[in-house]
Ligand binder design. Structure first.
Ligand code: DAH
Length: 340
């Protein structure tokens, strides 16, 4: 029996040494150590041995089993190391290979202007607030002191969504929302989209952008309004830029004015871009907040006064970059947008 055991050991070691893959390891293990394996069968027949022989042969059988198990474990590690090494060799990274090229997007020029304006007013101590694009007729017209028969209320000028609900035609309703929910002093700007029933031409689009400004406190005068606008224009367009206030009429301000700035191209000397006038197109509307508007919002006009202005962000962008057609801002032509 001893010889048989030694023979099994030698056979096993010889076959283990020839193994080259994981499948064969399992086959060999079953062949020698499995339920019907060669070593197992020998152990089963040990019952026939004498009392003296049993422990000796038993020990030898155990040794043989251990040796076979150790060798199987060792070949298993060797094979797995080899597989890993081959894999690593095949997966070598070529760091000199050109990578995929992803084009990085950029902010739209209108959004760049909006952010620039917001940051500018933030630095001048204003709060930046938001209002909804869908608002009530009350906020968009009534409380802003627009008379019942004001032409801007007409269906041919305003998009009505339901009874008493409109796509806001201006950012001015945000003034109402803020005055109704906050106590003076108030110092805010609010920018966003606005909508009007306009045909598209070089300077009009049915959807455009405005920024609203509102300041309410005790003792606010027209001088504060002019100072705020001049400060903003110089910061935005340059020190040498001048402003021109022309009397105008808005329902929510009294007195009211429209403001032009020097032509960016000739700085006021007169050129073909400004038709020799020295002035760019109208930039914003402004005025002292009408006492009726203050009253509509529960603010006492005997105690408080304020100024407001609203400007076209599209206009500012066009003046800033010398654009002569608003369509450029809405066509999403990458050749145009790439330049900003
Ligand atoms: N809401 C006006 C418009 O869309 C612009 C405007 C004018 C806003 C005067 C104001 C203001 O706040 O005081 O034409």
């Amino acid at each position: 029996m001893k010889e048989k055991l030694l023979q099994v050991k030698n056979d096993a070691l010889e076959q283990i040494n020839k193994i080259t893959n994981n499948d064969d390891i399992e086959k060999i293990r079953v062949k020698f150590l499995g339920k019907k394996g060669e070593l197992t069968l020998i152990l089963r027949s040990m019952g026939a041995l004498s009392k003296e022989e049993k422990p000796v042969v038993g020990k030898l059988a155990n040794d043989v089993r251990n040796i076979i198990e150790e060798n199987i474990a060792k070949i298993k590690t060797d094979i797995n190391n080899k597989i890993k090494e081959e894999k690593l060799n095949n997966e070598k990274v070529d760091v000199t290979m050109p990578s995929n090229y992803y084009q990085i997007g950029r902010r739209h020029p209108l959004m760049q202007t909006k952010e620039e304006l917001e940051n500018l007013f933030l630095s001048m101590g204003y709060d930046v607030v938001e209002g909804p694009e869908v608002d009530t007729v009350k906020n968009n017209f009534d409380d802003l002191n627009a008379p019942e028969d004001h032409p801007s209320r007409d269906m041919s000028d305003t998009f009505y969504l339901a009874d008493g609900i409109v796509l806001r035609t201006q950012t001015s309703p945000v003034q109402i929302r803020i005055m109704k929910t906050q106590k003076p002093p108030i110092k805010m700007v609010s920018a966003g989209r606005t909508f009007r029933f306009d045909e598209v031409d070089d300077t009009h689009s049915p959807m455009f952008h405005q920024m609203e400004c509102l300041v309410i406190d005790k003792g606010i005068t027209m001088a504060n309004l002019i100072d705020a606008i001049n400060q903003f224009v110089r910061e935005m367009f340059g020190e040498e830029m001048k402003t021109r206030f022309r009397p105008h009429n808005f329902p929510f301000t009294e007195p009211s004015a429209e403001v032009d700035v020097s032509c960016l191209k000739c700085k006021g000397k007169g050129c073909e871009a400004c038709n020799g006038t020295g002035w760019s197109m109208e930039l914003l509307g402004c005025g002292m907040v009408h006492p009726n508007v203050l009253k509509n919002c529960g603010i006492d006009p005997e105690v408080y006064s304020g100024f407001a202005f609203g400007m076209g962000i599209d206009r500012v962008t066009m003046v800033k970059y010398g654009l002569n057609n608003i369509r450029l801002l809405y066509e999403n032509d990458e050749r145009f947008l790439k330049q900003f």
